[in-house]
Design a protein around this ligand. Structure first.
Ligand SMILES: Nc1ncnc2c1ncn2[C@@H]1O[C@H](COP(=O)(O)OP(=O)(O)OP(=O)(O)O)[C@@H](O)[C@H]1O
Ligand SMILES: [Mg+2]
Length: 135
């Protein structure tokens, strides 16, 4: 599926609709250039799940953990991870989270059978983004 977004808010709306279709335990692999809108996409998903807090890429921690409505959601950004052992020690490869978002997933998500792949790219117009979903 392919969606065209013309603003950050529209990306959040598309994300809010899509998050309802993600299966339990899904690993949402987000790829796309810097500033494409991966974090904005996660923000839209979290808001739709009922989360009121701030959603930003994990910086100091390798992973952000959000609790919302009995669910545990993990948010990784592999761009900042240089040591695979660090990633391993967060439980990344055997997590039992209800939902996991992975920015800059790259090949790291190929091993997950419950992966949902999303690629966000820049469109031709300013603020235009193309969101491609491949399950
Ligand atoms: N259609 C759009 N969808 C999403 N973001 C948009 C759109 N148009 C403009 N923007 C802007 O682009 C930026 C996207 O930033 P965001 O942090 O989500 O990118 P990212 O893909 O997570 O980047 P990084 O790789 O640095 O983590 C925001 O400043 C947002 O306001
Ligand atoms: Mg980001």
């Amino acid at each position: 599926m392919k969606y065209i977004s013309c603003s950050a808010d529209q990306t959040r709306e598309i994300a809010a609709r899509l998050v309802k279709t993600f299966p339990e335990g899904a690993v949402i692999c987000l790829d796309g250039e810097m500033g494409a809108g991966k974090t904005v996409f996660v923000q839209g998903c979290m808001k739709a799940l009922g989360y009121d807090g701030r959603v930003t890429s994990p910086t100091f921690a390798l992973c952000n953990e959000y609790s919302v409505a009995d669910k545990t959601v993990l948010h990784y950004d592999l761009c900042r991870i240089t040591d695979k052992d660090d990633l391993y020690s967060t439980g990344f490869y055997d997590s039992e989270a209800d939902l996991t978002f992975v920015e800059w997933a790259g090949k790291e998500c190929d091993g997950f059978e419950n992966a949902v792949k999303i690629v966000i790219s820049y469109g031709e117009k300013e603020n235009e983004r193309v969101i491609e979903l491949d399950e």
